[in-house]
Structure formats: C-alpha cells, structure tokens
Design a protein around this ligand. Structure first.
Ligand code: 6PG
Length: 467
C-alpha cells in the first residue's frame, strides 16, 4: 500500500485530475466501475504511468492506498456519490477520508458530512473544466479543517496559481466548499448570459458578422473585461464549421443545456432572501431558450421584433460599459449571497479568499476578480458596489448599461440579465422606494401593519375595518 491518494471515477474530469496529481509527483491509485476505462486510462498515462496504480476492484484500490487513506470521488453528483460511499464504507478504516470532488448539491454534502461516522469527509468544489482539472483547477474545500489540512499540500500542488499563490482554499465546515462552487456556477451562468445578450445586440441589432464580433471580444479582453469567458467568446465567434465552412456559432442550435448548479444557486438565494437577479435571469433565459418550437410559434404569431438598431443609436463602447456594469452588480449579488449563507449556516466564509481562489483556474477567472479580492479584503461586509474602486467604475459604466437596456427594449432585443442588473443598480441607489405602496396594500387587505417614517403612533391605515 504505497499510493498517497486514491481516485474513483475516470471520466473526463476524474482522468484529468488523476494525471494532474501524478504529474505533481504524488503516487495515486485509481479505479473505475467499468474496467475497460481503467485499462485505457492506464495505457494512455505515458510518462506518468509509474506514479499510477490502476486497480481492478474497489478492494484492490483501498489496499493500494497508504493509511490513513484519502480517496477522491469524481462520479456524477447525486445518487452515484451515495452509492459509492456506501460501497466504500465497509472497506475503510477509522480516520480514512472520502473527498467528493464532483458538483454536489451542498445540502447533500451537509448530510454526508453529518453521516460520516468515524470516517472523514470533504466536499470539494473543483472548477476549470477538463483543462483546469488537468493543468490547474480552482479548488474550494469544505469539511473539517483537520481533514483539509491532511490533503491541502496535494490540493495546493495541483491547483492553478495566481502569481504563485495556489487557488486551493478551505472555505469552511461541511457543505461550505460545494456552496461556494455553486455560487461560482451561478455567476458563471450570469457572466455567460450577459455576454450572450451583448452578442445578440451586435448580431441582430448591429448586423455584425461572427468574425467582427470576435474582434470586439478580443479587444475587450485587453481592458477591464479581461477574463477567460471573454477570451473564449472571441474564440468561439471566430471559429468556422469544418463541415460547411459556415461560422460555427451560426450552425449551433440556440437551446442552452444545464446540469442544475445554477438553478440550485438561485433557489438557495430565494431561501436566504439574498437577491441574485442576474443569475435568476440567466437560468430563466436557458430554460426559455430550450422552448424552440414555442418560440418559433411566437415569432409566427407576433412576428419578430424589429431588432435592427438605427445607425448611430448605440456604439460598441456603450456595450462594453454595459458588460462592465453588469458584471459588477452580478458579483455584488454573488458575494451578497455568500455573506447571507455564511450568516445563516454559521460558516464564516472568507469573502476575500473566495475572490482570490477564483482568480485563476476556474471558469469565471478574470482581472476584475483581483480587484474584488482587494476591495473585499478592505471591507468584506459591504455591498461590493460600494467599494471605492467599483463605485467609481460603476459611476462611469452604468450609462452604457442603461443605454444598452433601453435600446434593447425599444427594438426588441432580449437582455434579461443586463436589464435585471440595471434594475438592481437603480433599486440599490433609491433611498425612497415604492415599497410603501406594498405595505399599504398588505395592511388594507390583511391588516398586516406597517412602520411609519415620522415616528407617529398608528400602524394601520384609515381604510375600513382595519383602520
Ligand atoms: C466549472 C464548471 C463546471 C460545470 C460546467 C457545466 O467550474 O468547471 O462550472 O463545473 O459543470 O460548466 O455546467 P452546466 O451544464 O450547468 O452549464
């Protein structure tokens, strides 16, 4: 029994993670339920083969790992994780550790954490797709700190680095790591949706070709919008379908898939009363996008909106500013959600450390996250929009967001995430809101009462029996 760590599940992510671990010099034992997958993996390991012990059974896997054992699960979220834990449990000894590195729902991780008995359990969010897993993901750990400390040297070694600092951090107890990963994914959804909306304005409102759009994203990637998602948006816009010679984007069906993490995030945000409208809009937009036939019927019935913007109505700089402002309010919402969860679940989630762990390796990595880490380190308790650096950036950029949302609405270009971002911004800069009307209505029909602004007595209005 020589391997320092084990891994179960050699799908795309598991295989990439195992190779990454081996490459960083750790002996690893691996097992996959379908044996042929394990054999193929071992055969393809090349130079790293001497670091890898490929095993044929769960028993062999367990026996190949040094005690106390650490075993990473990289199997589909949900029941497969429970099944795998149940199968492992009788083979493990007191103090052995199971690490779920999939995209688990953090409520499941909380439950598994509570059920571990004399084993240790870590719920670990891993971001960065296949490339990240292979060459350096962003890692968000959750569970007992002592358990994290046992494997942190491995996680730090395999993680992405931002200026030499590992993007692998312990977030808190139990499901904290998977919760932070879920918020990452909610932000990922919103970032992607806002980019898609701006793409729509360029395509349908300005008549730009995919190649022209690629050039715009490339240019934006040099400025405040520098990010992995901006970079790949340029790349996918520039790509051409080898089969037809048509721009790749033009042959891709406009129906977005989702595995559910973004949806979990917005549902949790609702439970916590922590508004994340940009993420809600993004989940909603993915859902509506898949109603392909219903949208076609709508277009036949109402005819398509005009969409084409008259010459000179909008410029590319306004679109860039729309994305900058949209991004700031989206992250303000995301960190607000993390704060709310931290209070509710008693996690003490480290906001600046979260911004730092997202600076490299993960899908939402960007230059702006570095500025966010600094702003949150100064004062993590306030709305990110109020941090001096971002307040200034918003003062400059919200006009672009307003122009984009206004013209998009006028010409029928759907921009739900950007529009919700603007509404959030405007609501959060309105000292006197319209909720006095809601309170009056609630009191009228249900005698729910209200607070007064003038300190006078009387918490009901003069309307009928409730007056
Ligand atoms: C990441 C991603 C990843 C996610 C995919 C697909 O951080 O590497 O968030 O974990 O599973 O991006 O997610 P959807 O299928 O929900 O779009």
């Amino acid at each position: 029994s020589t391997a320092e760590i084990g891994l179960i599940g050699l799908g795309t992510m598991g295989a990439a993670l195992a190779l990454n671990i081996a490459e960083k010099g750790f002996d690893i034992a691996v097992w996959n339920r379908t044996g042929s997958v394990t054999k193929e993996f071992a055969a393809g390991a090349g130079d790293l083969a001497d670091k890898i012990t490929a095993t044929d059974s769960l028993e062999d896997l367990v026996n190949a790992i040094a005690k106390p054992r650490s075993i990473i699960l990289m199997v589909p979220a949900g029941k497969p994780v429970d099944d795998q834990i149940a199968a492992l449990r009788p083979l493990l000894d007191k103090g052995d550790m199971i690490i779920d590195a999939g995209n688990a729902n953090f409520h499941d991780t909380n439950r598994r954490d509570a059920d571990t008995g004399d084993l240790a359990f870590l719920g670990m969010g891993v971001s960065g797709g296949e490339d990240g897993a292979r060459h350096g993901p962003s890692i968000m750990g959750g569970g007992p700190k002592s358990a994290w400390d046992r494997v942190s040297h491995i996680m730090e070694a395999i993680s992405a680095k931002h200026e030499g600092i590992p993007c692998a951090t312990w977030m808190g107890e139990a499901g904290a790591g998977h919760f932070v990963k879920a918020v990452h994914n909610g932000i990922e959804y919103a970032d992607m949706q806002m980019i898609a909306e701006v793409y729509g304005v360029m395509r349908d409102g300005m008549g730009k070709t995919p190649a022209e759009i690629a050039a715009v994203f490339d240019r934006w990637n040099e400025g405040p919008l520098q990010s992995y998602l901006t970079e790949i948006s340029a790349k996918v816009s520039a790509a051409v379908d080898p089969a037809t010679g048509t721009p790749m984007l033009d042959v891709i069906l406009d129906a977005a898939g989702q595995k559910g993490t973004g949806r979990w995030t917005v549902i949790e945000a609702q439970h916590l009363a922590a508004p994340v409208p940009a993420m809600e809009a993004a989940v909603m937009a993915r859902n509506l996008s898949s109603r392909v036939a219903e949208r076609a019927a709508g277009e036949a019935l109402f005819s398509a909106a005009p969409r084409m913007l008259p010459e000179g109505v909008m410029n590319i700089d306004e679109l860039e500013n729309a994305l900058i402002a949209g991004k700031i309010v989206c992250y303000a919402q995301g960190f607000g959600l993390i704060s709310a969860a931290s209070d509710e679940f008693g996690w003490k989630l480290p906001l600046p450390e979260i911004a730092k762990v997202w600076r490299a390796g993960c899908i939402i990595r960007s230059t702006m996250l570095n500025d966010m880490a600094e702003a949150l380190a100064e004062d993590g308790s306030r709305n990110l929009m109020h941090a001096p650096y971002f307040a200034e950036l918003l003062k400059d950029s919200h006009w672009g967001l307003r122009a984009t949302v206004a013209e998009a609405a006028r010409y029928g270009l759907p921009a739900p995430a950007l529009a919700s971002g603007l509404a959030y911004f405007d609501m959060m800069r309105t000292g006197r809101s319209t909720a006095n009307m809601i309170q009056a209505q609630r009191d009228f029909f249900g005698a729910h009462g209200f607070d007064r602004i003038d300190g006078h007595d009387g918490h009901h209005g003069p309307w009928g029996s409730h007056g």
